[in-house]
Design a protein around this ligand. Structure first.
Ligand code: GDP
Ligand code: IMO
Ligand code: MG
Length: 428
């Protein structure tokens, strides 16, 4: 009954989509448990590139049942346009299952996301503008709309009325925008009801039954540890639990059913949006990483901030998630460097921290302490076993593994589906 959780260890875009695709061949279900269409996963299969946002990456693997869990926030317009785009490319999407408890992103929350960001001015988070934060806020405030509400028009009307009562005050009086009418929201949402109905199920029941039968379930996290609303660099985070615990609450499966926790981590680091990033580079080295790694956002197209590998972040991710295996991606991007810095400690006003400081202010003021590992020049994109890697690339992986708190079971050496080195199986 293996349950495998896959999460991002850094600030997102570690290559989770590719790792899910790698595992997809050996799993029966792939469950998205948090976030929404703020995610952007690129998967390259046979020279074809697929960009996924709301749908679990497992949708690309024939035979896998993709599940959108209760912890996800769903923009129905995006859901159906993404499905249509995949169908047009010959992907069978017919097995998709959607939780009746997942929350909906109404268009007014996209508006709220944009106006609140604008209002924050210099303090803005740099969100993706997809309505994620306002929708999770509504959920916690208990004025959210759930998938199942689409099928009870009187309940839906009551809930929309309740939500708009507050929001219209804010929109009109604070943000100087027009009020939104209940009917326009109902029209927008109810137009999808008939198409949503066949997808909906009690996904917690479905997944628990599947595990009881001995099926393999992969829980695919969006975003990442340092963007988690509880464990990330708050307030510069997303609004969901992107860490391994979120797999349980976001899908209705108990923690004892999780056998493996796989964290995907880049051989360097990137971040999109605002917030502290201790190893960030503002020089030609950073530019070189961005170009070599093609570090531009899949969702918003923004250039990603780039920096060196931070072992404190890796160890923090190992701890918070209970990581059993790391997938180290994009090692190929480091090719052609004389020396490669790896951050082994932070200097905060003269005091040395070997673990991520508990105080956010310390993280904002930290300076990286680097160890320098020797680089390599050989093209590693065709290596398919650890021994085929040049000795210095092997040494980089081993050194990073020792610093990071869990074994590195897979190494990524290129964007293509087969560009990996498997050291240990990720399936229990
Ligand atoms: P995700 O959000 O974690 O799924 O990651 P993204 O898809 O946003 O960003 C990762 C990018 O790196 C994608 O363009 C992948 O195709 C690419 N990628 C994944 N693994 C590797 C690797 O090992 N080497 C290289 N060069 N690219 C990779
Ligand atoms: P994947 O799944 C990288 C960032 C945004 C912003 C912050 C809050 O592709 O790794 P939000 O719209 O979620 O309220 O924005 O979180 N962010 C991501 N950064 N990868 C992602 O997803 C992200 N999802 C959100 O840039 O800083
Ligand atoms: Mg991404």
């Amino acid at each position: 009954m293996p349950g495998i959780v896959l999460v991002g260890a850094q600030w997102g875009d570690e290559g989770k989509g590719k790792a899910t695709d790698l595992l997809g061949r050996d799993v029966d279900y792939v469950v998205k448990f948090n976030g929404g269409n703020n995610a952007g996963h690129t998967v390259v299969i046979g020279g074809q590139t697929y960009a996924l946002h709301l749908l679990p990456s497992g949708i690309l693997t024939p035979g896998v049942t993709p599940v959108i869990g209760n912890g996800v926030v769903v923009d129905l317009e995006v859901l159906f346009s993404e499905l249509r785009a995949l169908e047009n490319r010959g992907i069978d999407t017919s097995r998709l299952v959607l939780s009746s408890n997942a929350h909906l992103i109404p268009s007014y929350n996209r508006t709220m996301d944009k106006v609140t960001e604008r209002f924050l001015g210099k303090r803005q988070i740099g969100t993706t503008g997809r309505g994620i934060g306002p929708t999770y806020a509504d959920k916690m405030q208990r004025v959210g709309l759930r998938v199942q509400d689409l099928f009870d028009s009187s309940i839906l009307r009551q809930k929309v009325e309740g939500a708009l009562m507050q929001k219209n005050h804010l929109l009109v009086k604070v943000y100087n925008r027009r009020a939104i009418s209940v009917d326009e929201v109902l029209d927008e949402l109810e137009a999808y009801a008939d198409r949503v109905r066949p997808l909906v199920a009690d996904t917690a029941m479905l997944l628990n039954d599947a595990l009881d039968r001995g099926a393999t379930v992969l829980f695919e996290g969006g975003q990442a540890t340092m963007l988690d609303v509880d464990h990330g660099t708050y307030p510069f985070v997303t609004s969901s639990n992107a860490t391994a615990g979120g797999a349980c609450t976001g899908s209705g499966v108990g923690p004892k059913r999780i056998d493996r926790v796989v964290a995907v981590i880049k051989a360097y680091a990137t971040r999109v949006g605002a917030g502290p990033f201790v190893t960030e580079l503002h020089d030609a080295d950073g530019e070189r990483l961005r170009e070599a790694g093609r570090e531009y956002g899949v969702t918003t197209g923004r250039p990603r901030r780039c920096g060196w590998y931070d072992a404190l972040v890796a160890r923090y991710a190992a701890r918070i998630n209970g990581v059993t295996d790391f997938v180290l991606t994009k090692l190929d991007v480091l090719t052609g460097r004389d020396k490669i810095p790896v951050c082994v400690a932070y200097d905060v006003g003269g005091s040395v921290h070997r673990e991520l400081p508990a105080s956010q202010s310390d993280i904002h003021h930290a300076r990286p302490v680097y160890e320098y590992l020797p680089g390599w020049d050989e093209d590693i994109s065709r290596s398919r076993s650890f021994k085929q890697l040049p000795p210095n690339a092997q040494a980089y992986v081993t050194a990073v593994e020792e610093l990071s708190g869990a074994r590195i079971s897979v190494v990524g050496v290129g964007a293509a589906r087969d560009a990996i080195i498997q050291r240990h199986s990720l399936i229990p």
